[in-house]
Design a protein around this ligand. Structure first.
Ligand SMILES: [Zn+2]
Length: 461
């Protein structure tokens, strides 16, 4: 057996790993690079392997950095099926259709601009378009279940709950007595919604994400207390509380916590607007697909309660409805995407409300330092939005504890039962992985930080 990483090697995004065993080639994830222009350019490069030579493709979960290059496999001549859990298939379809739609719109805009300047030929085609997603969906098989392994020419493939987002799995591949575990992304064991990941057993190698391999998250109780405090203080000003939120996982977690805080009487029954079409589509999946959440959430779903619907929740579907929020009087909580403020409806809300001192911006997810969100966190007094200068009079709060990822303790807990399996670190910044490597080596583990396109043999049992 050999393991090769063609993405998320010494970086966080672009997950793509190849396992070769007895001449069979199994690909695990094929995600997009994200976060900077240089990384974005990597997506435009041809795939670093022959897609037609693959025998099986497996998907751990529906985040874009794990599924965003899947359409390129089909374009590259891959003839086989792509396997995932039913929930991951549903999530992936929503995420990739949205990504294709945005890519088409961006391409149109670039083309119009280039035409005016007579340099149309310089505009690159979109990475993929809606018809490419249609083709992909025909291949994406929702046949991975927690109960029954997939069997492929004597190779056993098992999916287990990863507790990261709806449908997320870690994958165990076994062939002729050798066993390798691919963690995908592992969840935060303190998540109020997602259940804890299942623990693996002894194996020969573990390919593990290490996003937060160097740190511990703040406890969920402290996080929720802090969030409640900020909301209470902000709502007293009778202004808008803007919460930029990722459509998958963060939106549902925040809705769940808002409902809890209302039930405990810790925040007033202010109107709450979910102003994210993708967020509301995925929330519907959370309500209908369940079966993998914490017992309290599962209990609510079985009783017909709606754990992701706090009192006074309004879902705004059309852009016209979203625009009407601009003139809304009084206090309200508005959840909108994108989570990193790189586009979407949240940007319009910022433009209309950042200049008011009654507004509060509550950041509940990661913002890269050079982004609009990063500048606001750093205390910028004015920002440019859609070419206009906007004064920042709103108060900006950062709640750091709502993470969908395992922290160092969670990762160590996952690795503990794997015996003396070699640990391959992927999906992390290099400095973070070096810290985690030291921690693991001090505990006697053998550790490799996977390099891009380098092939590592799996030790014989
Ligand atoms: Zn993920």
């Amino acid at each position: 057996m050999h393991i090769t990483s063609y993405g998320a090697a010494e970086t966080v995004t672009g997950s793509c790993h190849l396992l070769e065993t007895a001449g069979k080639r199994i690909l695990i994830d094929c995600g997009l690079y994200q976060g900077s222009r240089e990384l974005d350019d990597l997506n435009q490069q041809p795939l670093p392997f022959d897609a037609a030579s693959l025998d099986v493709v497996l998907v751990t979960h529906g985040h874009l950095d794990h599924v965003g290059r899947l359409p390129l496999l089909i374009k590259g001549g891959y003839q086989g099926k792509i396997h995932c859990t039913p929930a991951t298939r549903a999530v992936t379809e929503i995420i990739l259709r949205d990504a294709a739609h945005i890519a088409e719109e961006d391409h149109e805009r670039d083309l119009r601009k280039a035409r005016r300047q007579g340099r149309e030929h310089e505009v690159k085609p979109p990475l993929y378009q809606t018809p490419d997603i249609d083709l992909l969906m025909e291949r994406l098989q929702p046949d991975a279940s927690w109960e029954k392994p997939l069997e492929f020419e004597g190779i056993q493939i098992r999916f287990h709950p990863a507790g990261h987002v709806l449908g997320s799995a870690w994958i165990e591949i076994e062939h002729e007595g050798q066993k390798v575990v691919f963690s995908g992304d592992l969840g935060n064991r303190e998540s109020p919604v997602e259940a804890d990941f299942l623990l693996p057993g002894p194996c020969n190698a573990v390919v593990i994400e290490s996003t937060y391999g160097n740190r511990l998250h703040r406890s969920q109780k402290e996080t929720v207390d802090e969030f409640a405090g900020v909301l209470k203080e902000s709502l007293r000003k009778d202004g808008k509380v803007l919460i930029p939120s990722f459509a998958l996982e963060r939106t549902q977690n925040i809705l769940y916590v808002l409902r809890q805080l209302q039930e405990e009487g810790r925040i007033p029954l202010t109107p709450i607007y979910l102003d994210s079409p993708m967020g509301s589509r995925i929330t519907r999946l959370y309500e209908t697909l369940g079966g993998e959440f914490n017992p309290d959430v599962e209990h609510d779903l079985q009783e017909g309660d709606r754990p992701f619907s706090p009192e006074n929740l309004h879902v705004t579907a059309s852009t016209a409805e979203s625009r009407m929020l601009n003139d809304l009087k009084g206090g309200a909580i508005i959840l909108a995407g994108s989570g990193m403020l790189t586009g979407g409806r949240i940007v319009h809300h910022l433009k209309h409300h950042l200049w008011k001192d009654t507004t509060s911006l509550v950041i509940v997810g990661y913002q890269s330092p050079n982004s609009l969100g990063g500048r606001l966190i750093a205390g910028a007094e004015k920002v440019r939005i859609h070419g206009e200068e906007v004064l920042v009079r709103a108060s900006v709060h950062t709640i750091g504890g709502f993470s969908a990822h395992a922290d160092q303790d969670d990762l160590l807990a996952f690795l503990a039962p794997t015996g003396n399996a070699r640990v391959h670190l992927v999906h992390g910044d290099l400095q973070v992985m070096q810290v985690f490597q030291q921690v693991l080596e001090a505990a006697g583990r053998e550790v490799t930080i996977n390099k891009y396109a380098q092939s590592y043999p799996v030790a014989e049992p």
